[in-house]
Write a protein that binds this ligand. Structure first.
Ligand code: SF4
Length: 405
């Protein structure tokens, strides 16, 4: 099965950043190891070799130039890995492989992608309009923001899909066919509302044939993509995290080689800044995890680096006031273990995490503004220098320990 041909918008129109142009591509299914190796080589040949996996599971390649970016796009097009809708449809990353999934949503997601391309809505909707098609299982997509969410439910002998606008309004449950039809109608309606419109801007969601009912979503355990996940065919997938969402093409190629030697078939970038190594013999997974850890990847879900989110920061981003990724490891090591989320943001834009963190560190005027329980846009209560930032977190942790005996 191949991805339908077309130009991924994030490749055709790369974004200027502090270290050159940034190209983003979404993938729709597992990538064979040799193809992923070629993608890494292209990132090194045409860019600066830095490769990122985003919170939504997209791949970003940095350091392209206006001359090299078209060559990179052509290389990626030849590899046929990029989703030509630019990630507008997100499906479960182990769809069709996960023994715990409720429904294999692969073909539903493909039909929605085809619809977006055929209707040309993929090119005209606001850039962030997206549909999540969630078949359930160990890597469900409840935490991934979207405009339209189709969530599989098993109701006795039948599979139904809960149809939601964002995570807030449930329009009802329906059979897969009806869910696709309702999603396409809703996408048309969003487009008719203007080029900047999102699903939340629609005035009357009930017009789509169902009565809204408040937040009908049943809470599921948060996803933990790091670690070993059994697959239907008896093999396993190993999820490894990219520290603060980034790595480099050479390190990625080395893990590809190790993965190949361990007998796996493919990789799949996944939500949560994770790379899934797919199709391993179960007996080889722990050995590969040790090798991944030696290469700097995160293999333990409790690794403190998982609690820190950092944007690219200085020098990669021209707007950055502080070197976020240089600061992030020391912050992770010094922070209290019970801190759930520290956001280190190079400036008040807060690209890496739009919501509130337990603590947000925001670069302002070359110093670190401290925002407890807030966002990068909120006013800091105090400032520390970049040199003093790890000490600040260590001191807070020590004070807390003293206070609690
Ligand atoms: S938050 Fe600011 S510094 Fe960080 S990537 Fe976004 S614009 Fe750049």
């Amino acid at each position: 099965m191949t991805v339908r041909r077309g130009t991924c918008p994030g490749l055709a129109d790369p974004m200027p950043t502090g270290d050159g142009l940034l190209a983003r591509l979404a993938v729709a299914r597992p990538i064979p190891l040799d193809i992923f190796g070629s993608l890494c080589a292209a990132a090194r040949t045409h860019g600066n070799g830095i490769v990122e996996i985003t919170s939504r599971g997209s791949v970003q390649v940095r350091g392209l130039t206006s001359k090299s970016a078209p060559n990179f796009a052509a290389s990626v097009a030849a590899l046929e890995v990029a989703d030509p809708t630019g990630g507008r449809v997100l499906a479960s990353p182990l769809a069709g492989l996960d023994p715990y999934e409720i429904f294999d949503v692969t073909s539903m997601a493909d039909r929605l992608r085809d619809f977006l391309l055929d209707s040309r809505l993929a090119a005209t909707l606001a850039p962030k309009v997206s549909v999540v098609v969630d078949g359930g299982g160990v890597l469900h997509l409840d935490a991934v923001p979207c405009d339209i969410r189709l969530r599989a439910e098993s109701t006795g002998s039948a599979i139904q899909f809960e149809f939601m606008i964002t995570n807030e309004v449930t329009l009802g449950t329906m059979a897969p066919e009806h869910a696709i039809k309702a999603a396409t109608e809703l996408l048309h309606a969003i487009a008719a509302h203007g080029p900047e419109a999102r699903a939340r801007d629609l005035p009357h969601p009930a017009d789509f044939g169902r009565q809204p009912r408040a937040g009908g979503e049943t809470a599921r355990s948060p996803v933990q993509p790091i670690g070993t996940h059994p697959l239907r065919d008896g093999s396993v997938a190993l999820g490894i995290g990219l520290p603060f969402g980034h790595s480099d093409s050479e390190t990625l190629q080395r893990i590809v080689e190790q993965t190949q030697r361990a007998g796996a078939a493919a990789v799949r970038p996944a939500a949560g800044r994770v790379l899934l190594l797919i199709g391993l013999p179960p007996a080889r997974a722990s050995e590969l995890a040790v090798k991944a850890e030696r290469l700097g990847f995160i293999t333990n879900p409790d690794d403190p680096r998982r609690r820190v989110v950092a944007c690219s920061g200085a020098p990669a981003c021209a707007a950055a006031e502080i070197p976020t990724r240089a600061l992030a490891p020391a912050v992770a090591a010094a922070a209290r273990p019970e801190t759930r989320l520290i956001h280190v943001s190079g400036c008040a834009k807060g690209c890496a995490h739009p919501g509130a963190g337990d603590v947000t560190v925001v670069g302002i005027g070359g110093r670190c503004g401290i925002v407890p329980n807030g966002r990068a846009q909120d006013a800091p209560i105090e400032f520390v220098t970049t040199e003093d930032l790890p000490g600040y977190f260590a001191q807070r942790a020590a004070m807390r320990e003293t206070a609690h005996g």
